[in-house]
Design a protein around this ligand. Structure first.
Ligand code: PAP
Length: 319
């Protein structure tokens, strides 16, 4: 509470205020859990962390990483994804494990080995041991226009029916005010770290995964140290994993149609459209122009580009 009183504060999109800590915005509940995570978590060399900015493909990447990493630890037709949601199988540090407990029993949380966790925390704020150890990080980002619409839809539909106009959400996003934002600082933090250390951080994009899930799954398996064998490729294991983790399949599973995540979010809230380019149904020409300029300005010189649509080669590249 003492710390919070000293931090810059802004009204959140809906619900609680956001506080600016170590360069990013958090509601107090997440901030408290994040600080416990930052201070107490000890990474193992073998740990894998799925890291994302919210609404950029967390649920999907959790399912893909879980199924790829542990594929030889359960019979294929008993994939735990059929009975547990991706967020129950790959648990968030700050949104789950450390939410109500500064010292969660992490050994009993992980049924399979190596340990697999997830986080929305920025690269710069990760606990030191995650950087100093051999622990690996898989990050996924998404074009900011789809992320913005996904986040806005999530906030207005999932959060108690309160209303937030797209204009208001857009204005806050433009100024970096969004839980775990600024978006560009988050993405660029992981992007730069992955450029410097590609064996430690695998940087993926939602749009690329949509376009060709198979080849990215192969890279993911290689990165995780569990490459697909020739036999597995012949048996269609890659296609099977892509299919079980697909939006269409996960959305229709009973387990994802009922109940709620420990954070309070109903499981259905993690599955909406799962498309690239849905932003074009919502953003005004003015918003699009502003966002295009923002993307160019923020990514300038970084080498990072975003694909905005699945239909055109409408790429916003950095200079
Ligand atoms: P989180 O960060 O809050 O956990 P996250 O899973 O990143 O959420 O984002 C949800 C988005 O991923 C939704 O996008 P949309 O609003 O544009 O539809 C959701 O539909 C999409 N999504 C969930 N599962 C999948 C999947 N298996 N394949 C592709 N997209 C998915």
């Amino acid at each position: 509470q003492k710390l919070v009183q000293t931090l810059p504060k802004e009204k959140g999109w809906l619900g609680p205020d956001l506080y600016f800590y170590q360069g990013f915005w958090y509601p107090t509940r997440i901030l408290k859990a994040f600080i416990s995570f930052q201070n107490h978590f000890q990474a193992f060399n073998s740990d894998i962390i799925v890291a994302t900015f919210p609404k950029c493909g967390t649920t999907w990447l959790k399912a893909l990483t879980f199924s790829t990493l542990y594929r030889n630890q359960f019979p294929w037709d008993e994939n735990p994804l059929l009975t547990f949601g991706p967020h129950q199988l790959v648990r968030f540090f700050e949104n789950d494990l450390y939410l109500n407990n500064p010292f969660p029993d992490l050994q009993n949380v992980c049924v399979y080995q190596p340990r697999l966790f997830s986080t929305h925390v920025s690269y710069t704020s990760l606990p030191t041991s995650t950087k100093d150890s051999g622990c690996k990080i898989v990050y996924i980002c998404r074009n900011p226009m789809d992320m913005l619409i996904s986040f806005w839809q999530f906030m207005t539909k999932v959060q108690d029916g309160e209303s937030l106009s797209l204009d208001e959400a857009f204005d806050k996003f433009k100024h970096g005010i969004i839980v775990h934002g600024p978006f560009f600082d988050h993405v660029l933090g992981y992007w730069k770290a992955s450029q410097e250390n590609p064996n430690k951080i695998l940087f993926l994009k939602y749009e690329d995964l949509k376009e060709d899930t198979g080849s990215h799954l192969k890279n993911l398996a290689m990165f995780l140290g569990v490459p697909f064998t020739d036999d597995e490729e012949k048996q269609g294991v890659i296609e099977k994993i892509a299919k079980i983790c697909s939006f269409e399949n996960l959305k229709e599973l009973e387990v994802n149609k009922k109940g709620a995540h420990i954070s309070g979010v109903p499981h259905t809230g993690f599955f909406r459209k799962g498309e690239v380019g849905d932003w074009s149904n919502y953003l005004t020409p003015f918003m699009i122009e502003c966002l295009e300029k923002l993307i160019q300005q923020k990514l300038n010189g970084s080498g990072l580009t975003f694909k905005l649509s699945s239909k055109t080669s409408n790429n916003i590249a950095s200079a």
